[in-house]
Design a binder for this molecule. Structure first.
Ligand SMILES: NC(=O)c1ccc[n+]([C@@H]2O[C@H](COP(=O)([O-])OP(=O)(O)OC[C@H]3O[C@@H](n4cnc5c(N)ncnc54)[C@H](OP(=O)(O)O)[C@@H]3O)[C@@H](O)[C@H]2O)c1
Length: 396
C-alpha cells in the first residue's frame, strides 16, 4: 500500500480551503491533512481541527492564536504570523502545499514551499501574477510540481495532456462575465457592494467575487496562464461564456480546439491538482445537457471592463508592472468592500498606479515587495483624497 500524502492547506477557512477539505475527506485513503491555517476564523478552524486532526495550525494574529493554543493543551501545535505560515510549508511532514490564501499574502509562503521542495496546488493566482518569473524559475530549479487549482488553468492543463506545447496556437480562457455583463456602462457608478457580490454562477470569497464583477479576475488569469504555460500575451484570449460549463480551451496549430467541460464546481480542479494525472470518481455532479439547452460565446467589452485591458497592458509591460496592477487592485477592492469607494474608481485607481510606476525588470523579491507597498499606499492616499472631496460613499 502506498503512503498517504500529507497536505498543508493554507487558508483552510476560505472558500477554496473548505472545498479542499471536502475533497480530502472523500479521498481519505490517499491524503491526510497535516497543517491548516486561517487569518482569523478560529471557530471554523476549531471545527476543522476536530474533523481532520492536523499536527499543527497557523493563525495570523498571535492574539487569536494564544487562546486556541491554551484550549488545545498541546494536542495540536499552534503557530502564528506570516513566520508560522512560512515555517509549516517547509516541514518534513508536508508533501503538498495547497495554497488558497488570497492576494499577495500567498507569495512568500508559496515561494518558501517551492524552495523547500514541496509540490504545490495553487489556487492563489496572485502569487503568479506578482511573482511568476521568480516562482516558475524556482519550480524548474527545484524540480517540483506546481499545478493550478483555478478552473480555467486546470481546464487548459487537461486539454494539453498528450499534446506538444509547440503545437499550441491559442489559449482561450472563458469568463462568465459576472453580474454586470448586461448592465449599461453608464450605470456602473451606482453599483452597490451587495450587487457586486452576487455572482451568477460561482460562490467564492469576497475578493475574487469583486474581481469577477470587474473582470480583473480574468485579467489576473491571463497573466497566470502566461507563467504557467509559457504562452505569450498575444496568444491568450478571453471569451465570455455566461453558462460557465466550458472552463477553457486550447486551439492547436492545425485549427483543432480542445475544451474541458463540467459543472461549475471547484472540487473538480482541486481534486485534479491533488491526484494528477489520475481522476478520482464521483467528485462532482454531472452536466445535464438537457437542462443546459445552449452555450453562448462573445468577446469581452474592454471599454466597459477596463480592468481586463489594464491587466493585458501590465503583462505587456512586464517586470514589476503586474505587481503594481495586483496591489492597486487589492487595495481598491478592499476600499470598495468597505463601501469607501465607488465601483468605477477601481479601474481608475489601478490605471493611475500603473501610470505612476517606473517598472523594474529582472525582478527580485524585494523589488516586488517594494512595488506592492508603493502601489497600495498610493491607492489608499488617493482614496482618502477622494472621500474628502466626495464625502462618505453610500453604496448600500
Ligand atoms: N473561491 C473560488 O472559487 C476560487 C476559484 C479560483 C481561484 N480562487 C483563488 O483562490 C484564492 C482563495 O480564494 P477564496 O475565494 O477561497 O478566498 P477566501 O474565501 O477569502 O479565503 C481566503 C483564505 O485565506 C485566509 N487569509 C486571507 N488573508 C490572509 C492573510 N493576509 N494571511 C493569512 N491568511 C489569510 C482566510 O482566512 P479567514 O477565513 O480568517 O479570512 C481564508 O482562510 C484566491 O487567490 C482566489 O483568486 C478562488
Amino acid at each position: 500500500m502506498t503512503r498517504k500524502k500529507n497536505i498543508a492547506v493554507l487558508g483552510s477557512t476560505g472558500s477554496i480551503g473548505r472545498s479542499t477539505l471536502e475533497v480530502v475527506r472523500n479521498l481519505h485513503d490517499r491524503f491526510q491533512i497535516t497543517y491548516l491555517t486561517t487569518r482569523g476564523n478560529v471557530d471554523l478552524l476549531r471545527e476543522q481541527i476536530a474533523l481532520f486532526h492536523p499536527r499543527g495550525v497557523v493563525v495570523l494574529d498571535e492574539q487569536n492564536a494564544a487562546p486556541l493554543r491554551a484550549g488545545l493543551n498541546g494536542t495540536v501545535e499552534v503557530l502564528s504570523g506570516t513566520e508560522g505560515l512560512e515555517e509549516v510549508v517547509t516541514r518534513s511532514d508536508v508533501d503538498i502545499v495547497l495554497c488558497s490564501l488570497v492576494g499577495f499574502a500567498g507569495l512568500r509562503p508559496t515561494l518558501r514551499a517551492v524552495e523547500a521542495g514541496k509540490d504545490i496546488a495553487l489556487a492563489n493566482k496572485e502569487t503568479l501574477v506578482v511573482g511568476g518569473e521568480i516562482i516558475m524559475r524556482r519550480v524548474r530549479e527545484q524540480k517540483v510540481r506546481l499545478l493550478p487549482v483555478d478552473s480555467e488553468h486546470s481546464a487548459i492543463l487537461q486539454c494539453l495532456q498528450g499534446e506538444d506545447p509547440a503545437a499550441i496556437a491559442r489559449l482561450i480562457l472563458t469568463a462568465s462575465g459576472g453580474p454586470f455583463l448586461r448592465l449599461d456602462r453608464t450605470r456602473f457608478g451606482a453599483i452597490t457592494k451587495a450587487q457586486a457580490l452576487n455572482h451568477p454562477t460561482w460562490r467564492m470569497g469576497n475578493k475574487i467575487t469583486i474581481d469577477s464583477a470587474t473582470l480583473m479576475n480574468k485579467g489576473l488569469e491571463v497573466i497566470e496562464a502566461h507563467w504557467l504555460f509559457g504562452v505569450d500575451r498575444d496568444r491568450i484570449e478571453v471569451v465570455i461564456h455566461p453558462q460557465s460549463i466550458i472552463h477553457s480551451m486550447v486551439e492547436f496549430v492545425d485549427g483543432s480546439i480542445k475544451a474541458q467541460l463540467g459543472v461549475p464546481d471547484m472540487k473538480i480542479p482541486i481534486a485534479y491538482a491533488l491526484t494528477y494525472p489520475e481522476r478520482p470518481p464521483g467528485v462532482s455532479p454531472r452536466v445535464d445537457f438537457g437542462a443546459l439547452r445552449e452555450m453562448t460565446f462573445f468577446p469581452p467589452d474592454l471599454e466597459k471592463f477596463r480592468c481586463l485591458a489594464l491587466a493585458y497592458r501590465a503583462l505587456e509591460t512586464g517586470g514589476t508592472a503586474p505587481a503594481v496592477l495586483n496591489a492597486a487592485n487589492e487595495a481598491a477592492v478592499e476600499l470598495f468592500l468597505e463601501e469607501r469607494l465607488p465601483f468605477t474608481e477601481i479601474p481608475a485607481l489601478i490605471e493611475e498606479a500603473l501610470a505612476a510606476h517606473a517598472p523594474v525588470f529582472h525582478v527580485t523579491l524585494e523589488d516586488l515587495v517594494r512595488a506592492d507597498r508603493e502601489a497600495r499606499d498610493r491607492v489608499f492616499q488617493r482614496a482618502a483624497a477622494y472621500s474628502r472631496m466626495e464625502g462618505p460613499h453610500a453604496s448600500s
